[in-house]
Write a protein that binds this ligand. Structure first.
Ligand SMILES: [Zn+2]
Length: 120
């Protein structure tokens, strides 16, 4: 039985469940991550279950049509990102009952290692 982690946005309108061990966490300094404070935890798509209605989510697309920054339209919390083929990047800052200061976090120099998107 895999670990099950619950996540929610600040207002509680969006809730997710992730059935996967809490693994590698990465913070990034690219144009979007630097602004949102997104803490990446990439898991297989099938490990993620949306507990609330999909129509409540908003998405910001800036580079590709098949991937985006999904956030709560009420409180603005960025909860996950798509566009990684068979994986979804979960914002580990939304984990319920987990103090992110207790987690080990790697850094990715996305500002220099990723090609810029069209609108930065
Ligand atoms: Zn919210």
């Amino acid at each position: 039985m895999p670990e099950v982690h619950k996540l929610c946005c600040h207002c509680g309108e969006i809730e997710l469940e992730v059935s996967h061990e809490l693994g590698r966490l990465v913070e990034c300094n690219c144009s979007t991550c630097a602004r949102s404070g997104f803490l990446h935890w990439k898991v297989p798509v099938e490990a993620v279950r949306l507990l609330t209605q999909k129509r409540r989510l908003s998405v910001y697309l800036w580079r590709d049509v098949d991937g985006g920054h999904h956030f709560c339209p009420t409180c603005g919390t960025a909860i996950f990102r798509t566009g990684y083929r068979d994986r979804i990047s979960i914002n580990a800052r939304c984990l319920v009952g987990v103090d992110v200061f207790a987690l080990e976090v790697e850094r990715l120099d996305g500002r220099n290692e990723m090609p810029p998107g069209p609108t930065i």
